[in-house]
Design a protein. Structure first.
Length: 184
């Protein structure tokens, strides 16, 4: 079984679990994020990242309810580390940085904090809170920071109950395009 088949099976098996305290499932959240990325003209790799950005929650069996218990399971590192065996950095780096992007946007974008869902506010606290100005400068200087910021914005918008999106199989081509040559 290819890694793309394994990921599709993972989402089919566990994607029906609710996405923290949000009103959507893990699968619906990923599909909405990917649909927003595609509508925004993102690259295939960034669309794959949008779909998979929270895969760390699915592979980390200790994650449920962690943020509400004051624990940061660092799903972004778990997910990007898991995927980096098969996927290009253009997929894994935005995933690894999407939590830092939230911390950055709280400081750099007026009204961003107020737009966050209750669950995102709770997780922000355990994820380190707003960045310092030095952290913002360092983050924005990173290669791919702009992609992480874009991903974060789609992530925040992808929490709409019963929103129609393409199905999981539709994104197979984006996932396959994001694979390293040795994984294809």
């Amino acid at each position: 079984m290819s890694i793309v088949d394994e990921l599709l099976a993972l989402y089919a098996s566990y994607g029906g679990e609710m996405y923290g305290g949000e009103e959507v499932t893990q699968l619906a959240h990923g599909l909405q994020s990917a649909a927003l990325a595609e509508a925004d003209g993102a690259s295939e790799a960034l669309i794959a990242a949008a779909l998979l950005h929270d895969v760390g929650h699915l592979v980390d069996k200790h994650a449920p309810g962690a943020a509400r218990k004051g624990v940061d399971r660092q799903h972004e590192d778990i997910g990007s580390g898991y995927l980096s065996r098969w996927f290009k950095p253009e997929v894994t780096e935005p995933i690894r940085r999407h939590v830092a992007a939230k911390r950055c946007l709280v400081v750099t974008q007026k009204g961003y904090f107020e737009s966050l869902s209750e669950e995102s506010v709770i997780s922000l606290k355990v994820q380190g809170g707003p960045m310092s100005q030095d952290e913002v400068r360092s983050f924005l200087a990173l290669p791919g920071a702009e992609d992480a910021l874009r991903l974060r914005k789609w992530d925040d918008l992808a929490k709409v109950r019963s929103k129609a999106t393409p199905d999981l199989a539709y994104y197979r081509r984006h996932l396959e395009a994001g694979l390293t040559p040795s994984s294809s």
